[in-house]
Design a protein around this ligand. Sequence first.
Ligand SMILES: O=C(O)c1cc(=O)[nH]c(=O)n1[C@@H]1O[C@H](COP(=O)(O)O)[C@@H](O)[C@H]1O
Length: 274
Amino acid sequence: MNFTDMLRAAGAQNQSMLCVGLDPEPSRFPGAWRGDAQRIYEFCAAIVDATADLVVAFKPQIAYFAAHRAEDQLEQLMAHMRVRAPQVPIILDAKRGDIGSTAEQYAREAFERYGADAVTLSPFMGWDSVKPYLEYPGKGAFLLCRTSNPGGDDLQNQRLASVDGQPLLYEHVAQLAQGPWNLNGQLGLVVGATYPAEIERVRAIAPTVPLLIPGVGAQGGDALATVRAGWRPDGPIIVNSSRAILYASSGDDFAEAARREAMKTRDVLQAARP
Ligand SMILES: O=C(O)c1cc(=O)[nH]c(=O)n1[C@@H]1O[C@H](COP(=O)(O)O)[C@@H](O)[C@H]1O
């Protein structure tokens, strides 16, 4: 099954547009696990087990594993998700972006080593840096478009004087993803929940591509405004929350607390659909 089909099937089965972000930070692990980077796999697997029937996707962030020399635990986690939640697509959040020959290696890492269904990419280096990922049939690639962080303004809100109609840079990225770069329907866009007006703008330019929307929960994005701005019957949204779910409790009940928080967020998102 390709990424888009998986997304549709998981969304329907779990009645969800929630993506649980797997950003394991050992200093925030519960009880006796606190500070123990050997527990990264166990911590994430417990979160996956507690939320697998509530999500449209999981999004492991590669830096949280690589920083602790825990790539082997990420491989273990990918295998676990395949067994425990085979219907749920996995977006590897790697935010890669490099010249074509190096991008080929990053694509191989994401799709062959880790077996991800989709990956996040920076489009800053242009078409040849994105194309190698699209050569994997059925895999998805989300281009950073209007990110959730305050510094996103610095470049993404600059006007492109050389392009007809002079769009802002993030609007141009949205145009490319909806049109000329989207050869086989594999592209999506990353838009922050912290900027609902810009989500609406992106949706006007790119009505059907999947939007990955981080920023609800710990970053304070507005879930209701996010859904109203981004959701379309033929334009799926994947709303990510990481810390607010992973660290809902710092005690031994962390997995149950994560489940409660995920359920609450899932239900708020579902109820917000127009
Ligand atoms: O691509 C992303 O996932 C991403 C894009 C963006 O604009 N903002 C953003 O926060 N993210 C990621 O989404 C997650 C947000 O985590 P929380 O703020 O804890 O929910 C982190 O893994 C970020 O790296």
